[in-house]
Design a binder for this molecule. Structure first.
Ligand code: HEM
Length: 131
């Protein structure tokens, strides 16, 4: 999709929000202890917790060794294994402001790429009320 390493890492930082659901992806649990706040906690947890493979019948995922209550996907763990990704993880874990501004830019790019529609799909355009 044309994203560089820095944008890839910034975008996955959205995993600071929400959680995985066993009845959807099959994975289970939130990435942080504050999953309704937008922050750089995802990067802090990724770096600071000891992550162990979860012992269960579900798909391969990781849980923090201390509480077993937060989780990481294999794709999240990959950010710590590849040094080109890891340097951005380290920066965003330290500098929340930098994460916020890089995330805003990368997310704008993601939205503006749009999505493909079949020809003939009805197009809705929303105008501001005051226009
Ligand atoms: C390698 C890339 C990615 C992978 C493999 C991945 C994988 C997943 C999976 C498996 C879930 C759990 C879905 C569920 O069970 O409900 C999830 C949730 C989520 N993802 Fe990602 N994701 C990726 C990138 C992104 C990006 C780029 C964003 C946004 C910019 C994002 C935002 C979210 C959010 C906010 C949730 C939580 C949804 C909820 O609480 O229902 N993810 N992701």
């Amino acid at each position: 999709m044309g994203f560089n390493d820095q944008e890839i890492v910034a975008l996955i930082g959205a995993h600071t929000l929400g959680r995985c659901h066993t009845d959807r992806s099959g994975f289970d649990g939130p990435w942080t202890f504050a999953p309704t706040s937008f922050s750089n906690l995802y990067f802090q947890e990724l770096n600071n917790q000891k992550w162990v493979e979860k012992n269960w019948k579900g798909p391969k995922q990781f849980v923090d060794k201390d509480s077993g209550k937060i989780m990481m996907l294999p794709a999240d763990m990959a950010l710590t294994k590849d040094s080109n990704f890891k340097k951005w993880v380290d920066l965003y874990a330290k500098d929340e402001k930098k994460f916020f501004s890089d995330f805003a830019q990368a997310y704008q790019k993601l939205l503006e790429l749009g999505v493909p529609f079949k020809e003939g799909t009805t197009e809705y355009r929303f105008k501001p009320l005051s226009a």
